[in-house]
Design a protein. Structure first.
Length: 214
């Protein structure tokens, strides 16, 4: 898995270098404050609250038509959520099995690679509006509880889901734009790995995407 991550990083870095010489490709630096939460399909596991975080990194848009672009990138995603385990189930957290009602906080960090389609309007009054949709893949690089104790054995390495959103780009001169948008991400896969309970906990996020396009 580590080799897969290194290969993905090398590929995207090479793509970004080549993009500097391509008029059809542009780079963005993005910082996205976000709110994240977990949900479970088990009737005795309920959402326990939200976690504030951020997503930071590089986004690459490659245009195959004037107003249509393939979008990818590489970001560090600080996210997580809280789950409440009710009476009647045993819960393993931090290597310790707990009985009775238990609250668990998952403080997570991922290396994320989004893959999507971006649709833009023509520019008017120095502004462009856009919509985007696609998939994301992410690889867990850190998992801790509320006290900073590692949860690496209770969190799966790989996560995947879809995203959808939109926003505006505002020209500040030449090919440089400021951008702001709203992006919703919803995971497909179970991010938790517990020996004591068979449930599927998925991660969702709502982010305000801020950036500068070069």
């Amino acid at each position: 898995m580590k080799q897969l991550i290194l290969s993905a990083v090398f590929f995207l870095f090479s793509f970004c270098v080549m993009a500097q010489d391509s008029p059809k490709t542009r780079l963005s630096i993005v910082l996205s404050p976000q709110i994240s939460w977990l949900d479970s399909d088990h009737d005795k596991v309920t959402p326990g609250g939200n976690v504030l975080g951020y997503d930071f990194g590089v986004v690459v848009d490659h245009f195959f038509e004037k107003n249509y672009a393939f979008s990818t990138g590489l970001t560090i995603n600080s996210t997580g959520g809280k789950l409440k385990y009710k009476d009647g189930v045993d819960m393993e957290i931090g290597g310790v099995i707990k009985s009775g009602e238990t609250d668990a906080t998952y403080d997570l960090k991922y290396l994320e690679i989004p893959l999507g389609l971006k649709l833009l309007t023509n520019e008017f009054y120095r502004s462009k509006f856009y919509a985007q949709m696609g998939l994301f893949t992410q690889f867990n690089i850190q998992a801790r509880d509320a006290n900073g104790k590692t949860l690496s054995q209770e969190v799966n390495f790989f996560d995947m889901g879809y995203n959808i959103g939109g926003g505006v780009e505002y020209s500040i001169g030449g090919s440089t734009y400021l951008t702001m948008g709203l992006l919703y991400n919803n995971g497909f896969l179970d991010i938790t790995h517990n020996r004591t309970i068979d449930d599927k906990a998925t991660l969702s996020r709502l982010a305000i995407q801020l950036g500068i396009i070069f």
